[in-house]
Design a protein around this ligand. Sequence first.
Ligand code: HEC
Length: 251
Amino acid sequence: MRIKKIFLGLAAGTLAALPAALWAAAPAGALQPANNDVSNQASLQRGARNFVNYCLGCHSARYVRYNRIAADLGLTEAQVEENLMFTGERVHDTMEIAMNREDAARWFGTVPPDLSLIARSRGTDYLYSFLKSFYLDPSRPTGVNNVVMPMTAMPHVLWDLQGYQQAVYEGETDASGNVEKRFKTLELAQPGTMSPQEFDQFVRDTVNFLDYIGEPMQLERRSLGLRVLAFLLVFFLFAYFLKKEYWKDVK
Ligand code: HEC
């Protein structure tokens, strides 16, 4: 009895602490929900294409092999070679970049991080918001700044698609007459080739792909989990009726 109480107490304690832990894990600043879906294969295929065209120039994904992508995304190896590989790699190679680290450090002041696990370390909402939050800032060497990662060294590589955004501030005059500028929102200053909705979808697909490469097993894990639960349910019925049968004479 006592053991049961202790156990219940522990379970209740853990549940009570959970929201606090989740809250603490959320990065500061308002992030927009990515709403991506790793089981959407078409979205993953578009995301892979976006990634190799717009990110792989600077960022590697060195824990990911092209043939694994082919298998998971429902593509043949020939399709992957034709659409995702441009620099003479082999399908069993990982997604490396040609740029060497010293050059990168000289050009950007920092080395662009490998993106294999970025969705797990930063979260998908962060990535989605980060990629959408570049705005014009002439004081920066790249000409842009970012609301989600202020002073980032990453250029606005999606500018031709999104266009350029500018920050809108709201002023508040304090007692001594100084105006304190506070960031309010971003608005499109110069449109790109995509509409805002198309661009959102482009970023969502890209983030979806990053989410998938962060844990390729998750596609399998989910369907396996469901199958295991179904098995347990059926097994439970058998066990239950068997137990009834064995105990029916023992009163
Ligand atoms: C021209 C080179 C370049 C390209 C292309 C590029 N990035 Fe970056 N990226 C950088 C650099 C440099 C940094 C390091 C920024 C810093 O530390 O300030 C970075 C940082 C990042 C980060 C880390 C942010 C953080 O919080 O640490 C993410 C995520 C990212 N890039 C995603 C992408 C994605 C997705 C694409 C493709 C759409 C992309 N990048 C394309 C140069 C690039």
